[in-house]
Write a protein that binds this ligand. Structure first.
Ligand code: KIV
Ligand code: ZN
Length: 555
């Protein structure tokens, strides 16, 4: 590509890396989650939420189980100020939930922020200033020392304001644009702030290291986190927090590796809403942990409803391929995948194993409130017999013989291919009924009767081209007798009759369905099914249906 020479790696690898985190395999315990939906997320919306919407969103976050929720930048906007005051004055913050508010390191903003917190039982007050080389040079045009002074001055004012304001406050500092900051300078500024706040066991400070813009591969961010974790002062009394954005599409990987490297807390949003490509998606992080058998301590048991509410309140859309939540993420269209899923589900029913291991499905969709039907197997021209059989079985109770699934599969795929569209379960059922059930053209079955002597003798009334005929035959069994009558009088020949039947509940009436396959002169197997309240009649209808399908094919 042209212009590539204009790009270079703008991040700073730590001088020493112990890389201990690379030896860890997975996250064994949920970090402290902090939702920044109502601040970072909200500031990125095309239409920011109004007061009512924010209140509803806040309640949704509480219901999910967030214990720390950043509610805004109260000194920067009147709506955010009013929102915070409403939460406090209407006593809407549960006792086990801590709200968080953000402030720049400017005197009047810090003072107004503390003012807005009056009466809050508990709050995290979050101080930030930008520290990256690019911001220092281009935006602030200040030296490193001047940037440290901004942070330290703000930190001191925090102590003063907190002592004058009724309430219980925890402090948080973010070197904004951390990922573009020389790592030793990031460490220096954080340690200077810690020196002011002097965290203690009963008064821990949060140091939040944002990938304000993600600039590197995830292992670099993790190495930066590890370096900070190993070199921060007062480390035992510091909660190390991560705040990845998703510019490189690696927000989740950044957070996961960052936690392995020492991060104890993660700030992010639902569905990854946030500036540009978004903040890290906490739902994906949590469900990734869940899929490893680790309780994320957040409840996403009804993700579809949560998604609807999120889309209504934010007016954003969650894409079809969005991990765990997207419409298509548990769906298999391809035949071989459908077949493996259908077999995996059957194996699961038979074996009742303790662990989830169905191929192609990282978790059981039911565990997050999704349906199997319509979610897992959907049918188009790429689909196969396994998936089509699965839909007919699970939605309509039709347990087709394995070999018949193939014929039905070809027919359904053919329709989908011609129509160039996905087929819904009821369309598949209709194709099945029209092509394989009680088909009575060109030979219509009217009725039969039997007499039994040494073998079975039958008289069958049929209609061909509107003309009624009586045909007779005999055989070892009733079906055999009818099949012989058909072959003899119509000049047909077929062999290898395959037969299967089962009860069928349609509405309130119990019926039987029979499936018959037969090999014709062409060497191919032709299938038919018959439905009737009487089992014998259902099998005769299936026989006629298979014969009709055979003649239609050969004509
Ligand atoms: O992305 C960011 O750097 C922020 C800070 C204010 C923490 O949102
Ligand atoms: Zn952010």
């Amino acid at each position: 590509m042209k212009h590539v020479e204009q790009y270079t790696r703008g991040y700073f690898m730590p001088p020493r890396q112990s890389l201990k985190w690379t030896q860890k395999e997975y996250i064994t315990e949920a970090p402290t989650w902090c939702s920044v939906d109502l601040r970072d997320g909200n500031q990125a919306l095309i239409v920011p939420m109004n007061l009512e919407e924010k209140l509803e969103y806040f309640q949704m976050l509480v219901d999910i189980g967030f214990k720390e929720i950043e509610v805004g930048f109260p000194a920067a906007s009147e709506t955010e100020f009013v929102f915070l005051r409403t939460l406090i004055e209407q006593n809407l913050i549960p006792d086990d939930v801590t709200i968080q508010v953000l402030t720049q390191s400017r005197e009047h903003i810090i003072r107004k922020t503390f003012e807005s917190l009056k009466g809050a039982k508990r709050a995290i007050v979050h101080l930030y200033n930008s520290t990256s080389l690019a911001q220092r040079e281009q935006v602030f045009r200040k030296s490193k020392q001047e940037i440290i002074d901004i942070a330290v001055t703000g930190a001191k004012l925090f102590l003063e304001c907190a002592s004058e304001t009724e309430g219980n406050f925890q402090f948080q500092y973010s070197p904004e644009s951390f990922t573009g900051t020389e790592i030793e300078f990031a460490l220096e500024i954080c340690n200077e702030v810690l020196e002011v706040w002097k965290p203690a066991a009963d008064n821990k400070v949060i140091i939040n290291l944002p990938a304000t813009v993600s600039m590197s591969m995830p292992h670099v961010y993790a190495s930066q986190i590890e370096y900070m974790s190993e070199n921060l002062k007062y480390r035992d009394n510091v909660v190390l927090s991560l705040h990845p954005h998703n510019d490189r599409g690696t927000g989740v990987a950044d957070a996961e590796l960052g936690v392995l490297a020492g991060g104890q807390r993660v700030e992010g949003t639902l569905f990854g809403n946030g500036e540009r490509t978004g903040n890290v998606d906490i739902i994906t992080l949590a469900l990734n942990m869940f899929s490893h058998g680790v309780d994320p301590k957040l409840n996403f048991e009804n993700l579809p409803d949560l998604l609807k509410k999120y889309e209504r309140l934010t007016k954003m859309r969650v894409g079809e391929r969005h991990p765990y939540a997207g419409e298509l993420v548990f769906t298999a269209f391809s035949g071989s995948h459908q077949d493996a899923i259908a077999k995996g589900m059957k194996w699961r029913e038979e074996q009742n194993p303790p662990y989830w291991s169905v191929p192609y499905l990282p978790i059981d969709p039911h565990h997050i409130g999704r349906e199997y039907e319509g979610d897992i197997i959907r049918i188009n021209s790429q689909s196969g017999k396994g998936g089509i059989g699965y839909v007919l079985q699970h939605k309509y109770g039709l347990d087709l013989p394995a070999a018949m699934r193939e014929s039905v599969g070809y027919r359904v795929k053919d329709v989908s291919d011609k129509l160039q569209k996905e087929l819904q379960p009821d369309e598949i059922f209709t194709i099945f009924k029209e092509s394989f059930v009680n088909v009575n053209e060109p030979i219509e079955f009217v009725r039969y009767q039997f007499e039994k002597s040494d073998d079975y003798q039958t008289t069958v009334i049929i209609r061909v081209n509107g003309e009624q005929k009586e045909i007779v035959g005999n055989g070892n069994g009733r079906l055999d007798a009818i099949s012989n009558a058909l072959q003899k009088h119509l000049g047909l020949s077929f062999t290898n009759l395959t037969y299967q039947e089962h009860a069928l509940e349609i509405g309130s009436s119990a019926q039987a369905i029979s499936y018959i396959g037969m090999t014709g002169d062409d060497g191919k197997t032709h299938w038919g099914a018959g439905i009737d309240v009487d089992i014998m009649t259902s099998s005769v209808k299936a026989l006629f249906c298979a014969v009709n399908n055979m003649s239609r094919r050969s004509s």
